[in-house]
Each structure stands twice: as structure tokens, then as C-alpha cells.
Design a protein around this ligand. Sequence first.
Ligand SMILES: [Zn+2]
Length: 219
Amino acid sequence: MLFPNLCICCDGYISHQENQVCDLCMYTLPKYEENEFKDNSLARKFWGRVRLENVAAQYKLTGSSAVKSIIHQIKYRGNTDLGIAMGEVLGATLMKSTLFTDVNLLVPVPLHPKKERLRGYNQCDLLLTGLGAVMNLPIAKNKLIRKKHNSTQTKKNRYERYINSKEVFCITDIEALQNKHVLIVDDVITTGATIEACASVLLDVDGLKLSVATLATGI
Ligand SMILES: [Zn+2]
């Protein structure tokens, strides 16, 4: 066996029915409980920055070592099964909400190509594989790409951030995104700077509406 049957969150033994995270840990992960509310605390983080339709998260990152373990496995340990499984969990949550029913295209937050080559994958693609299957939605891969490594700077003013976002992200296929309600998906949202930069670029596309979902949020 390649992996012992231990829960990645608590190191307890898990049964064959459980997938890497034991049922007890799954049940006690701190859920972000505000997805039914349009003006939830994560959505408010983007007010005055970019115009988003709806914003949702699955888990709260703060104070939870279990959520951090899951993110670490997905992001740095190549745990593709867990990434897809967590995408399915997020998808099930969005399906229960009334706010995401008209989303018709999924877009991952892109990594810089060099970083993706180094890591071997983009963790957002894993999430989208699970999420797309549950929501039965297409994934637009490589329509939004990252040109620059460096992260966006939050200290810049709004106009400078807008210009900076054009230097970091760009769209390769405008037609594929026109008049779509896009759901952009990230693994973690903390300051919201990356989403803001992606959104600044995406919202230049004619008729595009944008919503956001993340596996975990620092709020
Ligand atoms: Zn556990």
C-alpha cells in the first residue's frame, strides 16, 4: 500500500468508506455558513474593489489546523484525489445555494506557467474537476492566464491596481467568455488581491458576470 489508512487531519485510522479525511474530521471542519446571503462577509471584502455577483466559500481557515492540512495536501503534496473530492464538496454546497443557479462557465485562478510546471498541476484545476462534475458545468482552461509571477500589491490605489492587474493576468479568448456568468475558483482567499486582479481583467469582457467560490477563506 502506498498510503497508510490514516486521516490526513487527525492521524486516526480511517475505514475504506472514508476518503483520506475521517468522518469525524469531515463533520467538524469549520464551515463558512454564509453562502445563502448575498451580502456575506466574504462578498463585502470586495465592495468598492470589483463588481461581483455572488461569493461563496466552503470552509473557514482561521483556527483550523484540519483545513490547513487539507489545503497543504492539495497545494504542495500532489494529493489530486483529495483536490477533486474537495471540489465535489464545494460543488454540492453551491448546488444547495440559490445564488449560483445561472453560472454557466467555470474558470480556475491561473498559476504562472513556470510555477505550474514546477508543481506539476494547478490546485484550482483539481477543485474544478470535482466541482464541474457535480454542477455539470464546462471548465474554461487557459482562457485567463497569468503572465507574471509576482502577486498584486494591495497598497496601490484602485487605478494602479487595475493597471497592475493587466500586467499580471490576461485573456486569451474573449469570445469564449462573452455574455457568460463565470464562476472563478480559488483554493484560498485571504486578502482577496488575486481575485480582485483576475476580476479586473475578466470584467472588461462584454456582458460577463462574475461570481467567486473558494475552498477556504481567511475570514
Ligand atoms: Zn480525522
